[in-house]
Design a protein around this ligand. Structure first.
Ligand SMILES: Cc1cc2nc3c(=O)[nH]c(=O)nc-3n(C[C@H](O)[C@H](O)[C@H](O)COP(=O)(O)OP(=O)(O)OC[C@H]3O[C@@H](n4cnc5c(N)ncnc54)[C@H](O)[C@@H]3O)c2cc1C
Length: 440
């Protein structure tokens, strides 16, 4: 503290820690405001997670109107309202189009580059950062931060320090650590007085111990646009319900609907680690229960000599038919004409809501997104400024915000990155002359 206060000159107006989508956008916004800016990343490339997002095609944003966009952000959406209003998905789309990237909208409002290549998006952002004259350091892990009334010190390995008016922390969460997001910033933020909500996995596959999962009976079967519900033991209503594709794996469920439900699984298990959870899946999404029962009854009448399993296979794959028959306590070899109506009702009930235990999710390292992080209660939503430490700003997944996949997280990263970069520049440039060391 004392050393910092005595230091006469600062190296930069703004230092941005982390070159993911949030940090890249923050660097561009800070430079566009005229701040002398340094962008630091510990990896050898910028935008490593961005480059693998959206199946390697980079889902740059989502074109849904703001209320719908916010409905897809289960992790602290209200906190993000201001940022999303100032620089939301239309601004993100315009930003890329101005940089020469043609975009296209796909299902569920998801926006991709026409090239279908994430590298198009990463490259154009990196080029913009350099073109604006932002200094970039790669392979430089930041190891700590210090704050004083006159500025902040960013610490690197081998006792190297750089002095700045403002710092933007854009170091990401702690999922998929091979992309550089390893939760480094949580201890720095904590040391500067911020509360940290313990990180947890979201947008992550669900695990189950039901027999047909552990025996891989349904492995590889996918259901299109189905309904997946989450229940706690004894509850009459589902805790949550999601629409979308579901894929059975050897450990549980994956696919968009399962990833969306994972937020509610993580939330329930954080509240009560002993909670008993179950999911139910509509295995015949194309038909209502009544339609299916009618169809089965009709087939039983017409093809009464055919086995029940053969008839059921008109609606579901053979492996699914076997599981549904076992779960319903029926013998699939029985000729359908002999199956009582009550048994058919039970079969339909299981087909329209195949129930399985949910024991949790895959671990944080495997999660697409990190829940938890720097508490939003310690960050001003209108500027992304820390409420605890003047000159410090946050953006992206390092904060306790998270969204469903579908371009929503990337939108949050770009939106908060833009606001944090701009606010940090305004803060730095509004202060008395900083006597910057001319190192650019
Ligand atoms: C496989 C995959 C697919 C995804 N698909 C989608 C999708 O389709 N839609 C969607 O909305 N979201 C998706 N996401 C999530 C989205 O990519 C992230 O939410 C987003 O990248 C977060 O941006 P960020 O800038 O906050 O953090 P990150 O992208 O994690 O970037 C953080 C950066 O900080 C750097 N850093 C960390 N610590 C230090 C340090 N000590 N010193 C210096 N630098 C440091 C890291 O090297 C990294 O470059 C996907 C994620 C994954 C893993």
């Amino acid at each position: 503290m004392t050393d910092l206060a005595r230091r006469p000159a600062l190296d930069y107006d703004v230092i941005i820690i982390g070159g993911g989508p949030a940090g890249l956008m923050a660097a561009i916004a800070a430079r566009e405001e005229g701040a002398k800016t340094l962008l630091v990343d510990k990896g050898e490339r910028l935008g490593r997670k961005l480059a693998i997002s959206g199946g390697g095609r980079c889902n740059v944003t989502n074109n849904k109107p703001l209320p719908e966009l916010m409905a897809n952000i289960p992790g602290n959406p209200k906190f993000l309202y201001s940022a999303l209003t100032k620089f939301g998905s239309p601004d993100i789309a315009q930003f890329f189009e101005r940089l020469g990237i043609r975009l296209k909208e796909e299902d569920h409002g998801r926006v991709f580059p026409v090239s279908d290549k994430a590298s198009t998006v990463v490259n154009v952002m990196v080029e913009r950062v350099y073109a604006l004259g932002c200094e970039v350091w790669l392979n430089r892990p930041v190891v700590g931060l210090m704050a004083s009334e006159t500025g902040m010190a960013v610490k690197f390995e081998a006792d190297m320090v750089r002095w700045t008016r403002a710092v933007v922390i854009a170091a990401g969460g702690s999922s998929v650590p091979q992309t550089g997001s390893t939760g480094d910033a949580y201890p720095w933020a904590k040391a500067l007085g911020h509360r940290i909500v313990a990180p947890y996995p979201t947008a992550v596959p669900l695990t189950s111990q039901s027999w047909f999962i552990t025996q891989s009976s349904l492995k590889g079967i996918s259901l299109r646009e189905t309904t997946l519900s989450l229940w706690s033991e004894g509850s009459k209503r589902p805790l949550a319900q999601e629409q979308g594709d579901v894929l059975f794996s050897h450990f549980g469920l994956t696919g968009p609907a399962a990833l969306r439900l994972s937020h509610f699984v993580s939330t329930a298990l954080r509240a009560d680690p002993a909670a008993k959870l179950r999911a139910s899946i509509d295995t015949v999404p194309g038909l209502t229960a009544d339609e299916m029962l009618l169809g089965l009854s009709e087939r039983r009448r017409v093809d009464g000599k055919k086995r029940l399993e053969t008839i059921l296979e008109s609606w579901v794959p053979a492996r699914m038919a076997t599981v549904l028959l076992i779960e319903s306590g029926l013998d699939g070899r029985q000729v359908s004409g002999e199956v009582p109506g009550k048994a058919l009702q039970s079969l339909v009930q299981h087909a329209k809501g195949l129930s399985l235990s949910i024991t949790g999710t895959l671990p944080l390292e495997k999660a697409t997104v990190t829940g938890g992080g720097v508490s939003v209660q310690d960050i001003a939503p209108a500027t992304m400024a820390s409420k605890r430490c003047p000159g410090l700003y946050f953006c992206g997944e390092v904060m306790d915000v998270h969204a469903h996949t579908g371009g929503y997280n990337i939108t949050v990263a770009f939106s908060t990155g833009h606001l944090a970069g701009q606010s940090a520049a305004h803060y730095a440039l509004a202060l008395p002359p900083s006597h910057l060391i001319d190192s650019q």
